[in-house]
Design a protein around this ligand. Sequence first.
Ligand SMILES: Cc1cc2nc3c(=O)[nH]c(=O)nc-3n(C[C@H](O)[C@H](O)[C@H](O)COP(=O)(O)OP(=O)(O)OC[C@H]3O[C@@H](n4cnc5c(N)ncnc54)[C@H](O)[C@@H]3O)c2cc1C
Length: 284
Amino acid sequence: MIPAAFEYHRPRDIGGALAILTEHGEDARVLAGGHSLIPMMKLRMAEVPHLIDLADIAALRGITVEGGRVTIGAMTTQHELIASAALHDAVPLLREAALQIADPQVRYMGTIGGNVANGDPGNDMPGVMQCLDATYTLECPEGTREVRARGFYEAAYMTGRDDAEILTRISLKATRGGYAYEKQKRKIGDYATAACAVLIEAENGRVSSAAVSMTNLSDVPVFSDAAANALLGTACDRDAVKAAVAAALAEIDPTEDNRGPVKFKMHVAGIIIARAIERAWSRA
Ligand SMILES: Cc1cc2nc3c(=O)[nH]c(=O)nc-3n(C[C@H](O)[C@H](O)[C@H](O)COP(=O)(O)OP(=O)(O)OC[C@H]3O[C@@H](n4cnc5c(N)ncnc54)[C@H](O)[C@@H]3O)c2cc1C
């Protein structure tokens, strides 16, 4: 399908993008990789009279790893995440997750900022960012604020970002210990039927810290404190994994769709969560 007519803007800096966004209010949207927004416009599920392409804003690109802190510009593509050796050393979970998003063509265009700002429950990076306890930087003409990924997602396509704000970067701590991103999908390139990100640190053969979050199993990504707590202090044995899976399943609310009925999704989720915990533990 052909989208409704729109005016195309291509500012050179963030100030220029924010000025256009402020001028046109609800009639304007920023364009990143376009691999969620353009299909929505073509299907006429989104009408955007003013499209503000962020492609020329160099300040929104790049990955820095310094002093144990990682900063990723919003316009960094999934492919760039995968290709960064420094990022792989600092946060290997990100590369593992990015490799499971769509296919190489989509990953060459799709950005990390678009993935986390979109608010689609099927996007993989929001849950990963919650697991990593990442912080998003949002800018508007009045200034800058930071919000934690764990508090950002409100409902499907509804986030804590105001219409006048642009997400400029994501920051997080380099990780230690074991990690895993497990994703069940119907075929290559598909969104998750169920996916789970896990980080585990171990001391003296016991879990000393853990984080567990899930993708596409509710209308928002779900970070489960209860699942992490079920693992803490244990040797991550079968009983501990079982308890963590039960705690995680109690916090999700999948809906029936073309990926299956609720009962099937709960079953798949249980297997995926257990696998993610076991693999993270094996690397801890
Ligand atoms: C065939 C196919 C398969 C896919 N499979 C997966 C998958 O398995 N997993 C997955 O996670 N995704 C998948 N996607 C989606 C893909 O990863 C998108 O690239 C991603 O959802 C959005 O990123 P984008 O850069 O393309 O953003 P865009 O499509 O340009 O924008 C998406 C939304 O975010 C807003 N936005 C973008 N950047 C910013 C910013 N910096 N500040 C504020 N708002 C912003 C836009 O206004 C828009 O509302 C798939 C897409 C396709 C076409």
